[in-house]
Design a protein around this ligand. Structure first.
Ligand SMILES: *[C@@H]1O[C@H](CO)[C@@H](O)[C@H](O)[C@H]1NC(C)=O
Ligand SMILES: *[C@@H]1O[C@H](CO)[C@@H](O)[C@H](O)[C@H]1NC(C)=O
Ligand SMILES: *[C@@H]1O[C@H](CO)[C@@H](O)[C@H](O)[C@H]1NC(C)=O
Length: 350
């Protein structure tokens, strides 16, 4: 009887862990930003930027469209798994995000948002500043759950991931070329917001922060279609150059931030290189097609606009594709990208 009770307690105490496996490397994970990590927050807000209908989620567990902009798992799933969890922590806006479910962290990300709140406002999604407010609220709930000492230790030992910037460029800067004076000013604006975001998280107790670099978004099929001038290039060099320039500034700032906050571990997690390698030599990772997304014709389709249940031409099997829709990587590509982040993440959580 006693033994049975212990067994029950074991399973009740650790629903977010693999039973019998090692404890996760951190108590919890907190994710902020955009669709590369969002697992369904946008399902609960009024926006067109949703992915809660087929064929999204086609290869996910139970073939459910969860709001992930992918056929299967997104980067937050793979990062969670690498740390010893079953996947991403719970999406903060879903009704089940309460009580015990908050103990392994929360996912505050909202697809189509960026560093700049204006980008999120354009598409009615949750701006980064609001995601930080949600984290503040989360912190109070955690204190109620486990008391302030335990909450404090969870907050400071957790891994924080920030994934932003692509939408600021692709869906704001490039579509409003006359609003922003120069790419230099625009990137400074974004880096200033990152600085502030790090300061706010640090102020609330965060001590381990991974910041995604910009991916090589000039290689996204949508970018090639819209900005590639009908050529046959695999990637739009001008856009990738912008991403690289931003990433150089990002690295410098993150280094300076780590000096400013002595007890903060912070690092850039490079998305640019692994995506670029996948696109330019998909065969090296067992993939084949990097020019077209799987959904629809593969050149412009994303969200309900064109990637939807009646999209014509959707590929039968996404496992050989780098892109799922015209901007988002497939599960297969996310798996490769996440693998390349593991060393950097390990340094943060050591
Ligand atoms: C960001 O913070 C770093 C480190 O303190 C600082 O050197 C840099 O000038 C800041 N950048 C912007 C754009 O605010
Ligand atoms: C693109 O590539 C195809 C096949 O390799 C070729 O037939 C076509 O002329 C190329 N188009 C341009 C604009 O270079
Ligand atoms: C897709 O192809 C892969 C590799 O050939 C195969 O393992 C998988 O079962 C296929 N998936 C579907 C849904 O047909």
């Amino acid at each position: 009887m006693r033994c049975l009770l212990l067994l029950v307690v074991f399973f009740v105490a650790g629903p977010w862990k693999h039973p019998g496996e090692a404890r996760p490397l951190v108590p919890a994970v907190m994710l902020f930003g955009d669709s590369l990590v969002d697992i369904g927050n946008n399902d609960y807000i009024q926006t067109a930027a949703k992915a809660n209908f087929p064929p999204y989620g086609r290869d996910f567990q139970d073939h459910i469209a969860t709001g992930r902009f992918c056929n299967g798992k997104v980067l937050s799933n793979f990062i969670g798994e690498a740390l010893g969890f079953t996947g991403s922590p719970v999406a903060y806006l879903i009704p089940e995000a309460s009580g015990e479910n908050l103990l392994s962290g929360a996912n505050f990300a909202s697809a189509q948002s960026g560093y700049y709140d204006q980008t999120a406002h354009m598409y009615n999604v949750v701006p980064l500043s609001q995601q930080l407010e949600h984290f503040k609220e989360y912190r109070h709930k955690l204190v109620v759950q486990v008391g302030s000492n335990q909450a404090q230790s969870i907050i400071s030992d957790s891994l924080y991931i920030i994934s932003a910037g692509s939408n600021d460029y692709l869906f704001n800067y490039y579509v409003n070329p006359f609003i922003y004076k120069s790419q230099d000013q625009f990137s400074d604006l974004l880096i200033g917001i990152l600085n502030n975001t790090v300061a706010v998280l640090y102020g609330m107790g965060a001590r381990r922060i991974g910041v995604f670099s910009l991916p090589s978004f000039g290689c996204a099929p949508l970018a090639v279609t819209v900005f590639g001038h009908g050529g046959n290039d695999t990637c739009v060099t001008r856009l990738n150059n912008d991403a690289m320039r931003f990433n150089r500034k990002l690295s410098t700032s993150v280094e300076l931030l780590s000096k400013r906050y002595h007890d903060l571990k912070i690092a850039v997690l490079d998305l640019y290189t692994p995506l670029y390698s996948l696109v330019t030599s998909p065969g090296s990772q067992g993939l084949e097609d990097s020019r077209r997304g799987c959904c629809g014709t593969g050149t412009v389709e994303a969200t309900v606009f064109l990637c939807n249940p009646i999209s014509i031409g959707t590929c039968p099997n996404a496992t050989a594709y780098v892109f799922w829709d015209s901007v988002h990587p497939t599960e297969a590509a996310n798996n490769v990208i996440a693998d390349s982040l593991v060393d950097g993440i390990n340094l943060l959580v050591m």
